[in-house]
Write a new protein. Sequence first.
Length: 94
Amino acid sequence: MQVAAPLLDNAVAVRGALALIIDPDREFTRILSVARSGESGETYAFDQHGLLISRSRFDDQLRKLGLLDPTNTTSALNLRLHDPVSEPVDGVRP
């Protein structure tokens, strides 16, 4: 995953950019883990399309439910979050 921010001068002209390359499955998830509250509080990050970009600690359960590939696939970059009422999956509403 790449994250970038513009570097502006005093006239608000872009003079450069600061870009970071982050492994979402390792580093990004680790960074978010410090925001965990208590034993059950979780912090997740997702993009504007609902794609989970941090890893869930429930990957094993997600595999058992068939929401993740049964291989070593993790939830980071492989699971889309959505509202099943307003966005039915395959045209089926719960």
